[in-house]
Design a protein around this ligand. Structure first.
Ligand SMILES: Nc1nc2c(c(=O)[nH]1)N[C@H]1C(S)=C(S)[C@@H](COP(=O)(O)OP(=O)(O)OC[C@H]3O[C@@H](n4cnc5c(=O)[nH]c(N)nc54)[C@H](O)[C@@H]3O)O[C@H]1N2
Ligand SMILES: Nc1nc2c(c(=O)[nH]1)N[C@H]1C(S)=C(S)[C@@H](COP(=O)(O)OP(=O)(O)OC[C@H]3O[C@@H](n4cnc5c(=O)[nH]c(N)nc54)[C@H](O)[C@@H]3O)O[C@H]1N2
Ligand SMILES: [Mo]
Length: 657
């Protein structure tokens, strides 16, 4: 025992949280790879303009999902007008791009179909691959009210999460088996005759093909593949189909897979089968991640849509923006974030303007991402902190924090646009994101200046029919308004696609196709060498790459752990707090062990919140969804090795006996 405690303390590294100080001054380097030095705004902007200007034709922009709609509008306009490219994207790519792609394919619009308040007035809530209790606590308050009002809740998650604790039924499926589970639910509904035949007939297409696709997924076959007992699958199928109103919510457990869009389609199919969409209290709802990731996409900070989610491939849409902006818009989609990283490798992308993103730590296989960014000719990072990504930059521009130091609007996951108001002055010389972009545009031949955020918003309103009716005055008066809002007098219903229920086919519009998708297991297979399935995600106490949350000292903050179930801890002879080595086919890190009875044998969990201590993304695989470009953060294969010299109580006991 004495030996154990001596050796274990020698193994514990310093885990003092890294603190990020706010950026207060522009930084430049005098030579590639040399140290940063403080610069004046003029010098930093001149250099940034020169570096970016030299890369016209090989330029990409990462735009900030935490900043305002107005900032995202100006950022994508910079990419399209000043740099002549549609290569603009954000962390939506690592996150809910499959939801947007799947919803667009089914319904012609990428937004969640219902509203937060509706979960208070529904009969069944299915939380599928979503730990909302930790990651969407505001939404979860509405869920709890729904439960109090009598709604039943089902949770589908490989881990028995804090969210699952509130559910009537937890369905602990194997990672990456959501399509088999959804297909078995669909098949059971059809075989029990519980599908909404009238809705399927009038509002959907492709039912026969769907029924044929799900036919092999009997409850027994699905139980074998998913690990969920047949009776529990049957129970979910009957509960969902029989409910008067039902909300199907999902998040990254569905999207962060190499087939994320197919996963999303498999869930949407269930809503089409039962008619649980397009009515108050019934809908499908991807809970979006960052505070304004919905708005960033709506504002056109994505490579395939102009502001107002208008398709770049539509000549009429392009003409409208070309006239308004006095420019020529490239008539094809740009590169998404994933494509841009690949284009860095081939040399087709040579300069990046990164506003408020930290891909050096958030991309899957982060070591590869860093190598690629280092090879760029020019990198400008505009952030509020000196992040790992900023450390790679040629020029760093200090910005205001959108949530408290600027004016504007932000759009949440129920499509509600709300005002954001400046409450604090920024530190040092930090400036508003929009003003910085305009100063760069001016240096690159486009003298831009917006008097205030409202001026930007009114330009957007004039170009986006879905936002036209939302003046700043009305936004204040109504405490936020949901899109679509085409009219300055009216407020539309809280849910989308009510048209699908119209008796008149002309009013019904485009019918919703079933998605014909197949099971495709995770790319990173477990085997004798890498026997453990690692899934990654979030905890309540921390935020994404930890830049904004890592620096606070709080009893809540407990740093990174490799979480295992008690059985696996015993199998590997490891105990809480013991540092172990974790390897995947891409990299190796060390982290202490934590024991979570909510995990199951063969399944481990880590967060992405403390990359300065443990860089989890050195382990994850860059296997991307071919439709949406999202990486399979939720499924890596790892091995765990005890570090030499560490004797745990359990292995010491084993050695003695
Ligand atoms: N406290 C906190 N809140 C946050 C964030 C944060 O960092 N901290 N980040 C924000 C952002 S950007 C986002 S995108 C959201 C994300 O919000 P969530 O998606 O809810 O968060 P995650 O923990 O990444 O993943 C959700 C769940 O997916 C499960 N899962 C893993 N693999 C599978 C699978 O194969 N199938 C199924 N069905 N489930 C699986 C995991 O066990 C996990 O519980 O949270 C937002 N809110
Ligand atoms: N292993 C693993 N990796 C993941 C995930 C996972 O589940 N597992 N999830 C993925 C997901 S869903 C996401 S969304 C990404 C997140 O990936 P990122 O978006 O790259 O990471 P964040 O930590 O959210 O970075 C936010 C940055 O914005 C800056 N910022 C905040 N406000 C402002 C502002 O007003 N202006 C400017 N200019 N900057 C600002 C912050 O300082 C910070 O540097 O990570 C992905 N990576
Ligand atoms: Mo996200």
């Amino acid at each position: 025992m004495r030996e154990r405690s001596v050796k274990s303390s020698a193994r514990r590294r310093d885990r003092t949280p890294k603190t990020y100080a706010r950026l207060e001054h522009p930084l430049v380097r005098d030579e590639k790879g040399g140290p940063f030095r403080q610069a004046t705004w003029d010098e930093a902007l001149d250099r940034a303009a020169e570096g970016l200007g030299a890369a016209r034709g090989a330029f990409g922009m990462f735009s900030c999902a935490r900043a305002t709609n107005e900032m995202n509008y100006v950022a994508q306009k910079f990419a399209r007008v000043v740099m002549g490219t549609n290569n603009v994207d954000s962390c939506n790519r690592t996150c809910h791009a499959p939801s947007v792609a799947g919803l667009s394919a089914a319904f012609g619009s990428g937004g969640g179909t219902s509203s937060y308040g509706e979960v208070e007035h529904t009969d069944l809530i299915v939380m599928w691959g979503s730990n909302a209790r930790f990651a969407h606590p505001i939404f979860f308050q509405h869920v709890l009210k729904g439960i109090r009002n009598g709604a039943r809740m089902y949770a589908v998650d490989p881990r028995r999460t804090s969210t699952a604790e509130w559910a009537e039924s937890w369905m602990g499926l194997n990672v990456g088996t959501d399509i088999p589970l959804a297909h078995a639910v669909g098949r059971e509904i059809i075989h029990a005759g519980l599908h909404n035949k009238a809705f399927v007939e009038q509002a959907t297409t492709g039912f026969d093909e769907y029924a044929a696709e799900v036919e092999p997924w009997t409850l027994t076959v699905a139980e074998k593949v998913t690990g969920v007992p047949a009776a529990a699958i049957r129970d979910l199928a009957h509960a969902y189909a029989r409910a008067e109103r039902a909300q199907l919510c999902w998040t990254l457990g569905i999207t962060e897979h190499h087939n994320g869009t197919d996963n999303v389609r498999a869930l949407i199919n269930l809503s089409l089968l039962t008619g649980h969409v397009g009515r108050f209290g019934s809908g499908v709802q991807p809970l979006r991640g960052q505070n304004n990731v919905q708005g960033g996409g709506d504002m056109g900070a994505i490579p395939n849509r102009l502001p107002g989610f208008q398709d770049i491939l539509e000549p009429g849409v392009r003409r409208k923006f070309e006239t308004a902006w006095d420019t020529v818009i490239q008539p094809h989609y740009g590169l998404n974030l994933t494509d841009m990283f690949e284009a860095m490798e081939t040399g087709d992308l040579r300069a990046v303007y990164c506003i408020g993103e930290n891909p050096a730590q958030s991309e899957a296989d982060s070591e590869q991402a860093v190598t690629r960014m280092k090879a760029l000719d020019f990198l400008v990072v505009q952030d509020i902190f000196l992040t790992k990504t900023a450390e790679l930059a040629d020029v760093v521009l200090p910005a205001t924090a959108a949530w408290c130091e600027t004016d504007g609007t932000s759009t949440n996951s129920e499509r509600r646009v709300q005002r954001v108001r400046k409450a604090l002055d920024p530190p040092g010389e930090a400036r508003e994101d929009i003003d910085i972009i305009c100063d760069l545009a001016t240096r690159l031949g486009h003298p831009w200046k917006f008097a205030d955020a409202e001026t930007v918003w009114n330009e957007l309103r004039s170009l986006s029919p879905d936002h036209y009716g939302m003046t700043y005055d009305r936004l204040a008066e109504h405490h936020g308004i949901q899109w679509p809002c085409p009219d300055t007098e009216r407020i539309e219903p809280t849910y989308l696609h009510g048209r699908l229920w119209e008796a008149d086919p002309a009013k019904r519009g485009r019918l919703a196709p079933f998605g014909i998708v197949k099971h495709d297991p995770p790319v990173d297979l477990t085997d004798d060498q890498y026997p453990i399935r690692l899934t990654t995600g979030r905890r309540l106490d921390s935020y994404n790459t930890g830049v904004q949350s890592g620096s606070f000292a709080s009893p809540l903050r407990r740093g990174e752990y490799l979480e295992l179930c008690p059985e696996d801890a015993e199998l590997y002879g490891v105990e809480v707090g013991e540092e172990v080595q974790i390897s995947s086919r891409r990299g190796t890190v060390r982290a202490p062990v934590w024991i979570d009875p909510g995990l199951r044998p063969g399944l481990a969990f880590m967060t992405m919140h403390f990359p300065d201590e443990v860089d989890t993304n050195q382990l994850t695989i860059e296997a991307n969804c071919p439709i949406a470009g999202t990486a399979e953060f939720k499924a890596s294969a790892i091995r765990i090795d005890k570090l030499p010299g560490y004797v745990t109580e359990m292995s010491a006991t084993a050695a003695r006996s």
